[in-house]
Design a protein around this ligand. Structure first.
Ligand code: GDP
Ligand code: GDP
Length: 437
């Protein structure tokens, strides 16, 4: 695939440009493992489903102090060797700097094809200052605002001119969006650290997300990709003053809405609290998949009876959302932590499952044989049903009365029946009634 590297000193807007060009975050594919210098790659679509591979070198300080450091030079050389084209990004608001000159010279020595991208051009003053950049001596120069999406099309056209016949089909990548939610001190960061160590995952924080909460890409050794949403910055995490961490139900709710599967964490000490129940109800309302992680189970290692009792209590506490699978773990000792990802896979497989219409109707027929339902003395007729959606699995049932008149308990009964007979036992199922004309 045609590879395009984005280079430039810090803060000129490389990550913003990267995100603008790849459009949807889900396209991000890979990062080179490295503790402090992330290199993130993603596909940018230039014409219908076809595109190039974009490399964001956001973590390298181009032209800066450590640019001449041996490891950095090796990394830079390697990245540039792979690139067919380089976008050198500069900042019109700052104007030309010595670092820009150093990087330009470096690229020329490497004999790289370069497009000079002057970013943050948003007004007359910026335009005037931008003219200085002609001094860098590059033939191809575009003036853009990555933030305001200005002249992006022009930049894409220019890239296309270079990539020409090398545009390739962009592979579809399936990414499971997850988040760990739980009150302070339940063990979220302990778990995260353990997961990162254990699973030998490739981790990359998504640039452009907020400082204290980032989205993180996890790539498991088997290639499976997860997007961990709203994660307190992993590297910064250790510095967070725990006393300052406040739990916001609103924030948690916002996160819940963004993910496929919520990893809801509680502790074996406290079990389910009222606040947990409130959030679980929201998970139910939003038809999100969920796994209940009961952490600190090591506290019950030698107290089997008490453990069983606690588990019963927890099950009772979540009875309104009883399909949620429960996993007792110890983030501290690592017990059963290795079962988390296989369980996520199983849950996601159900959440994303399609059942053929014949089977759905066979279940509906069986239900009709065994039960009758009346609304205001009128018999409800269920004509037929079909699955219309995944994530969540959603079924439409055609009926003979106004759907608004269907009582909640009948809706729940149908949801539970489909869940049971169509093997959706670990996920929510949604049923929608529709009047057949
Ligand atoms: P990087 O360090 O080169 O990856 O730069 P970032 O993409 O992180 O951007 C650095 C800062 O510049 C952020 O505050 C961005 O919001 C801002 N920025 C990026 N692009 C533009 C732009 O086109 N116009 C303006 N005004 N700000 C921008
Ligand atoms: P967070 O606020 O949810 O990120 O929680 P932390 O990961 O900071 O953990 C809070 C406290 O619980 C720390 O003192 C941890 O050492 C402790 N802790 C975390 N996991 C476990 C566990 O599995 N068992 C026990 N006994 N303690 C744990």
């Amino acid at each position: 695939m045609f590879k395009v590297a984005i280079v430039g000193r810090p803060n000129v807007g490389k990550s913003t440009l990267f995100n603008t060009l790849i459009g949807e975050r889900k396209a991000i594919v890979e990062k080179t493992p490295g503790i402090t210098r992330d290199i993130i790659e993603g596909y940018a679509e230039l014409e219908d489903k076809k595109g190039i591979l974009l490399i964001d070198t956001g973590g390298i300080n181009w032209g800066g102090k450590d640019f001449f450091n041996k490891t950095i030079i090796e990394l830079v050389d390697k990245t540039l060797a792979e690139a067919d084209l380089v976008l050198l990004v500069v900042d019109a608001k700052e104007g030309l700097t010595s670092e820009d000159l150093i990087t330009a010279e470096y690229l020329r020595k490497k004999d790289k094809k370069v497009i000079l991208v002057v970013n943050k051009v948003e007004g007359k003053e910026d335009e005037e200052r931008a003219i200085e950049f002609y001094k860098l001596g590059f033939e191809n120069i575009v003036f853009i605002s990555a933030k305001n999406q200005k002249n992006i099309a022009q930049l894409k056209d220019l890239i296309k001119k270079y990539a020409k016949d090398h545009l390739e089909e962009i592979p579809e990548i399936e990414v499971i969006k997850i988040a760990i939610i739980g009150r302070p001190n339940v063990g979220k960061s302990t778990l995260l650290n353990r997961l990162l160590g254990y699973e030998r995952m490739i981790v990359s924080e998504i640039p452009g997300t907020t400082r204290d909460c980032v989205d993180v890409f996890l790539t498991l050794p088997d290639g499976r990709k997860y997007l961990l949403i709203d994660t307190p910055g992993i590297r910064r995490r250790t510095k967070i003053d725990k006393r300052a961490e406040k739990f916001s139900v609103d924030k948690a709710l916002e996160t819940i809405k963004k993910v496929d599967i919520v990893l809801f964490m509680i502790t074996a000490e406290e079990g389910i609290t009222n606040q947990d129940q409130r959030l679980l109800r929201q998970i139910q309302k939003n038809y999100k998949a969920c796994i209940l992680l009961v952490n600190k189970w090591d506290l019950f290692d030698t107290k089997r009876e008490a453990g069983n009792l606690m588990l019963e209590n927890i099950k009772y506490g979540i009875r309104f959302i009883s399909w949620v699978p429960i996993l007792t773990i110890s983030a501290k000792t690592g017990r059963r932590v290795n079962q988390i990802f296989p369980l996520i896979e199983e849950v996601y497989q159900q959440y994303n499952k399609r059942v053929n219409t014949a089977l759905v109707n066979k279940i509906l027929e069986d239900l009709k044989k065994n039960y009758t339902f009346n609304v205001k003395g009128k018999r409800i007729k269920f004509y037929y049903a079909t699955q219309v959606e995944v994530k969540p699995p959603t079924f439409v049932i055609f009926i003979n009365i106004n759907p608004d008149e269907i009582p909640k308990h009948i809706e729940k009964f149908m949801e539970n029946s489909f869940r049971k007979f169509l093997e959706f036992n670990k996920v929510p199922v949604k049923v929608v009634f529709r009047l057949r004309d």
